[in-house]
Design a protein around this ligand. Structure first.
Ligand SMILES: *Cc1c(COP(=O)(O)O)cnc(C)c1O
Length: 429
């Protein structure tokens, strides 16, 4: 059979039941697994045989779902983590350690920025943040001899910048390092970063993949294309023996297709234990089954709302890469031809006070820190996530005091527009 299409993979990939087995993915709610002999178990501990022994490292339910996400991204191996934060951390810590350096886009999720700039810096890993619109010379100048990876987001949360993945991949490869892309907002339905040269993809599955605000999770996918063995001095963890596993060399034993994920599972999951619960993995899988249908609707609804907002005289500006005239419209045509996801940001005339009053008046859209699920929600960063900053600091951070982040759900778009209209019309300052 020819390679199946995306929609079919969303339903059929990952778990393939045998005769008389459950049709839906079984939730293997067990911490441990039984073996007949100590030799059998010893082989697992030496990575000589594959199998399950303890759910802190691996669980079959998780692996079914990870295999589905790998198929959707077009990767060779994947693992689930307990959150998107854990996925971001592992994706870098798997190939960088104290004394190393990473180049990252500056427009990334705030939690990731803090993980990199504060917490991982305390571990001795240095980050240089570059504007996604920097010149080629500026990008070039960010690299150092100890640089181990480049990191960015397909659609940045909350800045809604579309990254030129191909340009960043070329720069990374010219320096012998992989490009890691957080593909959370796009999902593989809207963009598959591997097709544009990215090497590793991460996700917060908490957002569109789950899609219903029900379970926290993350995922890391390897394209299997980055040749670590060309740079053994840069990536000794993948290219030289691991003494904690009786001298296994990951690239030799597991090939380019499996080395990176096996190492992250064997070392990082073993030692940090940020495992996804099998119950949550089951929920993510339910979300994945309807991902194409939902992403299409999220994107169509958001486009309609962005178009409405752009013609409303109470709105000072709108950001949405699917909107003609948006700064990122051209890049979105290339990287996001099927849609620009459900998140729109805009400014309300009258600034901070008007934005707060507008949001208080909304009846359908709830005020939440969450984004990217079935129910429409919104956030005023200046009075929530960024409330410690004054107006000048907010503008410097790219979050103007009037900015409303509006995550368009799966409700009827006309109902949402009516809700926005009544909320704008009843602003009293
Ligand atoms: C939410 C988010 C994360 C963090 O994921 P959690 O599941 O909340 O840990 C990382 N990247 C992006 C783009 C996000 O939106």
């Amino acid at each position: 059979m020819k390679d199946t299409s995306f929609e079919t993979k969303c339903i059929q990939s990952g778990y393939v039941p045998g005769n008389g087995e459950p049709r839906q993915i079984p939730i293997i709610q067990s911490t441990t697994f039984k073996y007949n002999t100590s030799e059998d178990m010893g082989k697992l501990f030496d990575l000589e045989a594959s199998g399950y022994f303890y759910t802190r490292l691996q669980n079959p339910t998780n692996d079914y779902v990870a295999a589905k996400i790998a198929a959707l991204e077009g990767g060779t191996a994947a693992m689930l983590t307990s959150s998107g934060q854990a996925a971001s951390f592992y994706s870098i810590f798997n190939i960088a350690s104290c004394g190393d350096h990473i180049v990252s886009s500056a427009t990334i999720y705030g939690g990731t920025y803090n993980l990199f700039a504060v917490t991982m810096k305390r571990m001795g890993i240095d980050f240089t943040f570059v504007s996604p619109e920097c010149s080629d010379e500026e990008l070039e100048a960010a690299f150092r001899p100890n640089t181990k990876a480049v990191f960015g987001e397909t659609i940045a949360n909350p800045a809604l910048v579309v990254l030129d993945i191909e340009r960043f991949a070329n720069a990374a490869h010219a320096h012998g390092v992989p490009l890691i892309i957080d593909n959370t907002f796009a999902t593989p339905y809207l963009c598959r970063p591997f097709e544009f040269g990215a090497d590793i993809v991460t996700h917060s599955t908490t957002k569109y993949m789950d899609g219903h605000g029900a379970s926290t999770g993350g995922c890391i996918v390897d394209s299997g294309k980055f040749d670590w063995t060309k740079y053994p001095d840069k990536f000794p963890g993948l290219c030289t023996p691991d003494e904690s596993y009786h001298g296994v060399t990951y690239t030799e034993r597991f090939g380019l297709e499996g080395a990176y994920i096996t190492k992250a599972t064997a070392q990082l999951m073993r030692d940090f234990g940020s495992i996804q619960s099998p119950q949550n993995a089951f929920y993510i899988n339910l979300g994945l089954e309807s991902l194409p249908v939902r992403m299409e609707r999220h994107s169509a609804n958001a486009k309609k709302i962005a178009e409405y907002l752009s013609t409303n005289d109470k709105i000072s500006w709108v950001k949405y890469s699917g909107l003609k005239g948006d700064k990122y419209y051209e890049l979105a045509q290339k990287y996001l031809p099927k849609g620009s996801c459900g998140v729109v940001s805009f400014g309300v005339k009258g600034g901070r006070k008007a934005a707060e009053a507008f949001m208080k008046n909304l009846k359908l859209a709830a005020i939440e820190t969450h984004v990217a699920d079935a129910r429409t929600c919104c956030l005023h960063p200046a009075s929530a996530t960024h409330r410690q900053m004054n107006d000048e600091e907010l503008i410097a951070a790219g979050v103007s005091p009037d900015l409303v982040r509006y995550s368009v759900g799966l409700e009827n778009a006309d109902d949402l527009i009516a809700d926005i209209e009544q909320a704008l019309n009843s602003i009293k300052l």
